[in-house]
Structures are given as C-alpha cells and as structure tokens.
Design a protein around this ligand. Structure first.
Ligand code: ZN
Length: 444
C-alpha cells in the first residue's frame, strides 16, 4: 500500500479488486481451450452437493443467521430449482413443517419458531413454499397478516412498529400478488411513496432522500410494475442509472462508485430486462396506435381545409394524441401485465450479458461449489442464490418470450450451463410461479 499513498480506502479497494479480476481473466485467456471449456462449466454436481448439505445441516458459524432461517430455505431451494432439480419428499416435508412452526397464529413468518413475524422472512417463506409447490406447501400459508403492516402514509412496515422502506413495500406486494390478495387497500398511496424514493441519479433509494441502490431499485421498480403504476417512474433515467453500474470488470456494482459484487447480477440485470420488456410493450402499443390512427382517405378530404384554417390547432391535437397513447399504455399495463412476459421481441440486452456471465462464473463461482461476492471472499448461500438468479436472467435476457429457451449463443459455456427461467418480479422459477398462481386463483 506504500505505493498508493494518495488513494482513498475505496480507491485502494477498487484497485485491488481490479488486480484480482484482471489476473483471473488473463490466466483464463492464456489457458488452453480444454481448460477454458472446463473452467466456465457451472459444475452442477458440486453446486448441488453444497446446497443439499446446507439444507440438511449447518454448523455453529450460522448461529448469527438464527433470525433468517426462512431465507436460508429460500436461498438454497431456489438455487436447486434454478438448476432444474428438486428435493426428496422427506426434505420437502421437513421444510414445510419447519416453516409452519415459523408462522404466527395470525399469519406472517418469523425468522425462526416463536420469533416475531417480519415481512422479509414472510417473503422468503412464501417464495420457498411456492418453489416447493403442491397443495400441502401452498395451503399451509395463512393469507392474513399483510394488512397490519400497511402504513397510513402508503408504504409498509417490515413488522409491527418496524421501519418503513421500499424493500418492505416490495416484500408485501410480491407476497400479496402471488397469494392473489392484492387490492386497493394494499396499494393505496404506495405509488406516491415509491415515486418519492427515485433519486436524481435515476435509481431508487431505500427511503426518501437516500442514495440510489440496486436492491431498492429492483424492489421499487418491481412494486410499481405489480401495482401497474410503473409508467409514473422516470424510466429513462432509471435505465440510464442501471446500465452505468456495470463496471469495467463487467460485473455490476450496487451503488455509484462502489465495488463490483456477484449478487448485483440479479438486482441490476432483472430491472434491465424488465425495462426492456416494458419498452418493447410500449413500442407495440405505439405501433398499434399509429396503425389505428392512420388517416383514412375520407379524413384527408374532410379536413383538407384545415391546412389553411388559422383556427385549427395542431398542438392541441398532438397533445390529445400523446395523452391517448399514455392512456393506452396505462390501459395496456393494467390489463396485460402478463403479456409483458409473453409478447416481447428478441432483443439485444442493454447490458453486456456474456461478459456479465463471465464475471460471475470466473470470479464469483467457487470450484468446490457455491458462489461468492468477489475473488477472495468466502462462498455463501445468499450469493449462490443471487448469482445463479442473475445468471438465469442474463441467459434469458435475449429470449423472445417466456416459452422461448435461450440460444446456445446466449449462454456462456456449454448448454449444460442453462438455468431455469425466473419470474422477474418475484424471483421464483417460472413454472413454480405459474402453478402457485393457479392454486391461489382457485383458492379465492
Ligand atoms: Zn453481495
């Protein structure tokens, strides 16, 4: 460090990370083809061993996560689902029973049996049970609870008397949407609150006045999409902020001028793909509207005199037309949110998808299984979950619709690296989401 006397701590850390990352990249580039092919394989067996072992037994070092046990279930089981696998009946039943003991008598899940119900662990428990699927898992969820967390200011509190932030809003709305209990009471004033958290940079902070952050940007954007108010955000500046968070390492950072981290692969790439699909849907609406508003010959004749008519007001008609397009856009969003995931064209991702995958596989993946934040850090289940989720988003970012699998060229490494597609707004595997939605629509 004596060579770097004028650097701040952050600059020094960034310098060291860049050194590590570019050393890994140059070693990779200098290796022979067989080594390169092996190095970019996800190594499913090792990933599954690491995940299954964690589900069966965790050592004493995990005691600090005692209030996050449903999260551990979610991180592990969702990772297993992304790899296209599931657990045996015994592990499934044990997980359902355990989460049942975390659930309070009037709904909501605590971090462990007997702990206070919290929106974060409730989200983790619900997503775990959706990932397991089946009547036993899904019917174990008590759908009351969320209304108690609603604040008169529009947002949500994470628990009774707890803090209110964008994360809490997303957790509540994601749960409500999957459980099919989303209504006007829950969404009242929520859009205004999220809007007040979008910063001058374009990203979204945790609460009004806070710095834009990847996790909160995902939460805010997903919430606005779920309550069909996404067009109220400044989407251009949001997109601009996110794409500029992909650093020279090609991984994403979570805040401006902060270090790259594998978990932001999901928190930043998912909003990019979501925005691309929104823009695609918007383009389709515009094309449809323009097609519908093509002047007919008789219109030309009828209004031919307008060209010389000083009373005619073209600006007004343009405004009406723009307003109509916006209304059409909103109408489209309200009625056809699902279509955003079904009716999109194949597009080039707005981020560098293949080099993002390269960062995650070469720098975050641990050869023994599991993923980490960055080189030199230990692996953990949180980073394994969000690195795999982000890899899935990057692989599927080019796909035409949810039923179109990625092409070979969309996936770094062989097609054996292909991961299941996630639902961008909930981060559960798409077919598990579809089955849960079917179940909860039947359960009304
Ligand atoms: Zn991280």
């Amino acid at each position: 460090m004596e060579d770097l006397p004028s650097m701040t701590v952050s600059q020094r850390d960034q310098f060291l990370v860049l050194n590590d990352v570019f050393r890994i990249y140059s070693d990779f580039d200098a290796s022979d083809i067989a080594t390169q092919i092996f190095t970019v394989e996800i190594q499913r067996d090792k990933q599954l061993d690491y995940l299954m072992n964690g589900l069966r037994h965790l050592g004493p070092s995990f005691s600090s996560l005692d209030a996050n046990r449903p999260w551990i279930c979610y991180w592990i089981l969702h990772s297993i689902a992304l790899l296209g696998e599931s657990v045996d009946d015994e592990l499934e039943n044990n997980t359902i029973d355990f989460l049942g003991r975390c659930q309070g008598s009037d709904g909501g899940y605590g971090g462990g049996p007997g702990q206070l119900a919290h929106l974060a662990t409730s989200y983790a428990a619900v997503n775990t049970l959706v990932t397991l699927g089946g009547d036993k898992a899904l019917s174990s969820i008590n759908r009351c609870f969320l209304r108690r967390m609603k604040d008169p200011d529009g947002g949500f509190r994470v628990h009774d008397m707890g803090e209110m932030d964008v994360r809490a809003c997303y957790l509540a709305i994601s749960i409500a949407s999957i459980l099919n209990i989303l209504d006007d009471e829950l969404t009242q004033g929520l859009g205004d609150y999220i809007l007040s958290c979008q910063t001058y940079e374009g990203g979204i902070g945790g609460e009004p006045g806070s710095e834009a952050h990847a996790g909160n940007t995902y939460c805010g954007l997903a919430t606005m999409a779920l309550i069909t108010e996404v067009d109220r955000l400044n989407l251009d500046s949001l997109m601009n902020w996110i794409v500029h968070q992909q650093g020279v390492e090609r991984g994403f950072q979570g805040r401006t001028n902060k270090l790259v981290d594998g978990c932001y692969t999901f928190w930043q790439a998912a909003p990019c793909v979501l925005l691309q699909r929104l823009y695609s849907a918007h383009d389709l609406v515009l094309q449809g509207s323009l097609h519908m508003s093509q002047p007919r010959d008789e219109d030309h004749e009828e209004h031919a005199h307008d060209e010389d008519d000083p009373e005619s007001d073209d600006d007004d008609s343009d405004e009406d037309s723009n307003e109509g397009l916006l209304l059409t856009f909103s109408y489209h969003l309200q009625l056809n949110l699902v279509a955003l995931f079904e009716d999109c064209r194949r597009v080039q991702p707005v981020f560098d998808s293949l080099n993002l995958q390269r960062y995650v596989i070469l720098c975050s993946m641990v050869p023994e299984g599991g993923f980490r934040d960055k080189p030199g850090r230990p692996r953990d289940f949180y980073h394994t979950c969000y690195c795999l989720s982000g890899l899935s988003v990057a692989q599927h970012a080019w796909s035409k619709d949810k039923d179109t699998p990625p092409l070979n060229s969309d996936i770094l490494g062989s097609y054996a690296n292909h991961l299941e597609q996630v639902h961008l707004l909930h981060n559960v595997v798409m077919d598990r989401y579809n089955k849960a939605i079917e179940f909860f629509h039947r359960a009304v």
